[in-house]
Write a new protein. Structure first.
Length: 475
């Protein structure tokens, strides 16, 4: 458990940094590039993301899980790494052919060509090994370095909408450099073994089981931007994408726990520690609701005062999109627990496949109906409903295997406290749309939420305060 907490702290520090980065770069990019250029960026990222994930066939999660399963047996770990790593390179060669065929027919050839550097980096990435070994410090430092280089590059080199290609290049090259640096760390953890072609079939089958739910998730997370581009224009893509990115900021802090929890659950599952799995899931659900409910209501309450000064008047529609999709902070944090943690660790990918396929199909249907009518708002509604159906399906199955009822019932106080906080913050927005009004809303909202939980003697808040006090005494 000590290592789990340590890994979570490393990952949390990185996720906090991810929260800070867009707060710094988003306003600058909105003003220098504009909605049309950012829409093009979002569109190309969506296309390349779909192609990349199709090519990887779920090897990131599968590789991390297999490493967690075999890390006790050193020789087996070496062979697993060699087999999966070579398989990733083979798949890179396979997907490169259709990718270049597609971009040669595109009007965005330059941008797609630069984006290929990022795709290449993704396939040679070895962070899945570190995640499986629960060595999150190295992964967090690598990711931190990549983001820091990107931020510096943006402010130094991106000056106007003609610099969109530079924006693509900064992100792609930074990712490549930091990915290559991680490869030099491998000798500390593994010995290079010759890969065995006979194992490829086994790895492909195992990965595909995880890939089916993953590709369904990608469909309802990325296809909406492609459909928006086809049915409207790049500005609509930018409005929706910016709202989604802002909503993902608090979500990243919560789902950071999933990256470090899954290997632990996988190990407990292999050792038949079912009670330990149930206990861990209950704690994570309660923590998730403790954090996600106030974040959801808080973001909804400040969106109208936040967007005008943060992104500028051109991006005012983003505020409406945020109000619509903010509930996915709660829904996706819960789905992260059931899907990315529990069902992945316990090798129940069929449930994930069913839930994510249902969500993907629903998403495409609703997008096709609502985008022509409401454009970015239609896409936001489709995303929300897709996330909801996915959570309903997964938890209807999970609750029959482990007890989660008490975790939800004991979290009703978080819902009540969040609603009271929302009412206060919503009232405060009548004071104006300035940065200091937004800060006042956030400060009063956080204070009010904490005070309500202190008055109700909430155990989760008590544990967090005691943990922070212990850390402070040590320093």
């Amino acid at each position: 458990m000590k290592k789990l907490v340590k890994n979570y702290i490393y990952n949390l520090i990185y996720q906090v940094f991810l929260v800070i980065v867009p707060l710094i770069t988003a306003p600058y990019l909105a003003k220098t590039l504009g909605s049309k250029a950012l829409g093009i960026y979002s569109y190309i990222c969506s296309v390349s993301s779909i192609i990349t994930n199709l090519g990887l066939i779920g090897l990131n999660n599968y590789g991390a899980r297999e490493v967690a399963y075999s890390r006790i047996e050193k020789r087996k770990l070496d062979k697993v790494f060699a087999d999966i790593n070579i398989l990733r390179l083979i798949l890179l060669l396979i997907i490169s052919i259709p990718y270049w065929i597609i971009i040669l027919q595109s009007s965005y050839k330059l941008y797609f060509s630069i984006q290929y550097i990022l795709i290449f980096s993704t396939f040679i990435d070895t962070s899945w090994l570190m995640i499986g070994l629960e060595e999150m410090k190295i992964v967090a430092l690598r990711n931190f370095a990549a983001k820091l280089i990107t931020v510096i590059g943006i402010f130094l080199l991106v000056k106007n909408s003609n610099d969109l290609w530079i924006y693509f290049a900064i992100f792609s090259v930074a990712t490549l450099v930091t990915t290559l640096s991680l490869i030099f760390q491998l000798k500390k953890y593994i010995n290079y073994e010759h890969f065995d072609l006979r194992n490829m079939n086994k790895h492909i089958k195992g990965s595909l089981l995880l890939f089916l739910p993953q590709i369904a998730t990608i469909m309802y997370l990325q296809v909406d931007k492609i459909m928006l581009k086809a049915m409207s224009d790049t500005s609509q893509v930018a409005f929706y994408d910016q709202a989604e990115k802002i909503v993902s900021i608090p979500l990243a802090l919560i789902t950071a726990l999933g990256t470090v929890i899954m290997p632990k659950l996988a190990t407990d599952f292999r050792n038949n520690h079912h009670k330990e799995i149930e206990k861990t899931i209950q704690i994570v659900i309660k923590f998730s609701l403790f954090a996600s409910l106030p974040m959801m209501f808080g973001l909804m309450s400040i969106s109208k005062t936040f967007i005008p000064w943060f992104l500028g008047s051109e991006f005012l529609p983003v505020a409406s999109a945020i109000v619509i999709i903010a509930p996915i902070i709660v829904l996706n944090s819960l789905a992260n627990i059931s899907g990315n943690q529990y069902f992945t660790a316990t090798n129940q990918t069929r449930i994930m496949t069913i839930s994510y396929m249902a969500a993907a199909i629903l998403n495409i249907i609703i997008n096709a109906i609502l985008i022509p009518i409401w454009q970015y708002k239609g896409a936001a509604i489709a995303t929300l409903l897709s996330a909801l159906i996915s959570v309903i399906i997964q938890y209807s199955v999970m609750r029959k295997q482990i007890s989660v009822k008490m975790a939800f019932l004991s979290s009703l106080k978080y819902l009540l406290a969040s609603l009271l906080m929302f009412c206060m913050c919503y009232f405060l927005r009548t004071l104006g749309s300035t940065w200091y009004i937004t800060l006042v809303q956030i400060f009063i909202g956080v204070l009010m939420y904490i005070v309500i939980l202190l008055l109700t003697k909430d155990e989760m808040l008590k544990k967090i305060i005691l943990t922070l006090m212990k850390k402070g005494n040590k320093t």
